[in-house]
Design a protein around this ligand. Sequence first.
Ligand SMILES: [Zn+2]
Length: 200
Amino acid sequence: MGWNVCSMSNIRRSGEFVVPGERIGVIEEFIPNFGTYVENGVIYSRNAGYLLIDSAARKVSVYPAAKGLSFPKIGSIVVGYVVNIQGSTAFIRIIKIGKKDLSGFLTGALHVSDIDVKYTKEILNAIKVGDLIRAKVISDTNRIFHLTTKGENLGVILALCSKCGGTLMLKNRRSKQLYCGECGNSETRKIASDYGSGNM
Ligand SMILES: [Zn+2]
């Protein structure tokens, strides 16, 4: 779901197991992210774990191999990145359950009707790919984790400018309007009450 296979030669796939020091790719291909390091333009794995290639953002991460994977329950608060938006549903790569970092691959789905207590007409005015969000699990049937961001403390906790990638800052808490410190671009999100505080 959204994890496309890289079409270049020496193909790397999400979910592939890698060991520390293993060559993953080069910085021209990918932006090195969590669990990687770079030497002379080559990206290596820091961990024994699983590759996660975000083909939209061209980011590559390595998630530590799971030691007893835990799953969120109904009511669990999770933190994750928006990795894909298809139609009226955003897909979230869950990285934290409660205070606990998550190893392994878990995806949550956030439907546009579950974003805010007020009606959200256009999903992209409330959430975008790359946003870090805090959400609550409302259903876990077949280990498909349906999420909601309805509630003061739920929603986007960090977002990047869709024009330049700069960090979006809060203009004022009442309008929930965000602006880019780099280019001045203005955007909206369904933000959590502690947007930008650094709290996960
Ligand atoms: Zn910007």
